[in-house]
Design a protein. Structure first.
Length: 366
């Protein structure tokens, strides 16, 4: 394979891969990772006033909720994300009997202006055992929905994005041949779908609206932690929980960088243009060389063929037409039609000159 053909094949391959990458970048690319949540608490002992007039301190506890991604040995390093970026909301519910109805809830909800944080911290006075319930609602991108129990049992999925749910339902309809053979826009529900949608037949355009009533917000993660004071002073007690989360594929950044780098190809285009110009110049020089080589080898034959070629080119350029060889002989111009044409041409010229002369002398032709 010559270099030019190889270059064309390589350019075509790179262009095709570039288009594939651009198409894949339009789709959300997620990879599952494990997020380890650390729930710890620390007690701070109270302090009695040593002298009269000094203020003491009451015993307190501090609860911390933190987390980090667990990296695999062979996986690509992921960009560091704040712990709060994985969640839509966090609620810490303390013992209502101890802290009362107005002070037993600690809530955090994501807003468009939220500043991400590596953890959450709660401080309260007290040294009694406190049971706290932590509710974590994951921030799915794109949004996932919890399916109605009957629909989840039919499709075999508990929570998924809306497009994935519709795709799974369509696969179920195709597998069980529920599409009406005559009216292809209608689905004949089997026993299970009839229980889910409460109808025997439905049109495809009705499916999104019917599904909307069967989708709910996913349940939050519920973690229970006991804040308990042990003898021995200030100590830290930690519990760990692992959950699965979805993060952006780190390969997506490399793919986007590749597409961006390919967009700045002006230098390559300029070099390609120079290559084309050099190739054209080489072809022109080759044509000239072949011309002189043929002339040097057979001058007589070359001149003869060259004159014939030039004559044909001249006729083509001037769009001239004639009888060729006959026009070279004198007898050709003594034919009657030629004589008549000459007389007409001379008569026309005489009349033209006469009209110009009369106009110049002011003589009117009656």
């Amino acid at each position: 394979m010559d270099l030019l053909a190889f270059e064309q094949k390589l350019d075509a391959t790179i262009t095709r891969k570039k288009l594939d990458i651009q198409e894949s970048l339009k789709r959300p690319q997620k990879v599952k990772k494990r997020l380890r949540i650390y729930i710890s608490h620390t007690f701070i002992a109270g302090k009695e006033p040593e002298k009269e007039g000094e203020e003491g301190s009451v015993p307190m506890w501090e609860l911390r909720v933190e987390g980090r991604l667990i990296e695999d040995q062979v996986s690509r390093p992921l960009p560091k994300k704040k712990f709060s970026s994985f969640f839509k909301s966090l609620v810490i519910e303390l013992d209502k009997d101890i802290y009362g109805p107005d002070n037993h809830l600690v809530e955090w909800h994501r807003t468009p202006t939220t500043n991400e944080t590596d953890g959450f911290q709660v401080k309260r006075p007290g040294d009694r055992p406190v049971k706290c319930t932590i509710l974590l609602l994951l921030d799915y991108q794109p949004m996932k929905f919890k399916l109605h129990p009957r629909l989840a049992k039919v499709l075999g999925i508990a929570a998924e994005t809306r497009p994935k749910i519709i795709e799974a339902l369509w696969q179920y309809i195709k597998t069980h041949k529920l599409q009406d053979p005559v009216d292809h826009d209608t689905v004949n529900n089997d026993t299970f779908l009839e229980q889910v949608f409460s109808c025997k037949r439905m049109r495809f355009m009705e499916i999104p609206q019917r599904l909307h009533q069967l989708l709910q917000q996913p349940d939050p993660l519920v973690l229970t932690h006991i804040i308990k004071h042990n003898e021995g002073g200030a100590e830290k007690n930690t519990a760990c929980y692992d959950i699965d989360v979805e993060v952006e594929d780190p390969l997506k950044q490399h793919m986007a960088a590749f597409v961006h780098a390919q967009a700045n190809t002006q230098d390559i285009a300029n070099l390609d243009q120079k290559i084309y110009d050099v190739v054209d110049q080489i072809n022109e020089w080759k044509t000239r060389r072949d011309f002189y080589v043929r002339f040097a080898d057979h001058p007589h034959e070359f001149i003869k063929k060259w004159l014939v070629s030039q004559s044909q080119d001249l006729k083509t350029m001037t769009e001239a037409s004639g009888e060729g060889e006959a026009e070279r002989r004198a007898d050709h111009y003594y034919r009657p039609e030629t004589q008549e044409g000459v007389f007409r041409y001379i008569y026309q010229k005489v009349q033209q000159k006469r009209a110009e002369l009369e106009q110049g002398l002011g003589v009117r032709n009656n």
